[in-house]
Write a protein that binds this ligand. Structure first.
Ligand code: MN
Length: 198
């Protein structure tokens, strides 16, 4: 997929999101991040480093540690690796406008092979602060262009029945709740407006 779609959707003179990759090369550990994104609909973006980009899925209900849950994960455009550091506000009128916090981040290990991604079935271990243990991402149906996947926790010692998104809502980077980021931004915007009136 590359990053053409990512770039074509955004105006980098306006959005603070990264335009290109600041990382010349990565360590052998593969990066993963889950960003909580209060866009028109609140969702969680799961991103896994594959082939030098962050393959990305929007998960409306967020990840679950309960193996009984099947979470819809809609594949979206690849993002640059440096997107994993992005936390902030995407300005109104821009693609995905709204607040983004780094909900979890760490590394991941494929449990079978990376070929499984092409085949639409990825089994992997997450090494995050909130998400740990084995997960499966499975593309729905037989059509390889299908954007709908399912994200499931596998049964292991990291499985939990309580909701991890409810129990641990804050950013692992700033400790901020997404509501705090939104409120902070509102008061900043208000102050700027007041200043411009003087
Ligand atoms: Mn998103």
């Amino acid at each position: 997929m590359g990053l053409e779609t990512y770039r074509s959707k955004r105006d980098f003179d306006i959005t603070p999101e990264p335009e290109r990759d600041r990382y010349a090369q990565r360590s052998k550990d593969r990066l993963f991040v889950v960003q909580k994104h209060a866009a028109s609909h609140l969702h969680y973006d799961l991103r896994l480093e594959i082939d030098g980009v962050l393959k990305s899925w929007a998960v409306p209900k967020g990840p679950s540690l309960d193996p009984r849950d099947k979470r819809l994960a809609i594949q979206v455009e690849d993002h640059p690796l440096s997107y994993a550091d992005f936390e902030g506000m995407i300005p109104a009128g821009q693609y995905g406008a709204g607040a983004v916090i780094i909900w979890d981040k760490g590394t991941w290990t494929p449990l079978r092979g990376l070929d499984d991604y092409q085949r639409g079935r990825l089994t992997f271990q997450l090494h995050g602060e909130k998400l740990r243990g084995a997960f499966t991402l499975v593309r729905m149906g037989s059509d390889s262009s299908n954007k709908n996947w399912l994200l499931m926790k596998q049964s292991d010692e990291f499985a939990r029945s309580e909701s991890v998104v409810e129990r641990s809502p804050a950013s692992i980077a700033s400790g901020m709740q997404i509501e705090e980021l939104i409120a902070q931004n509102r008061s900043l915007a208000r102050r700027r407006k007041d200043k411009s009136r003087q």
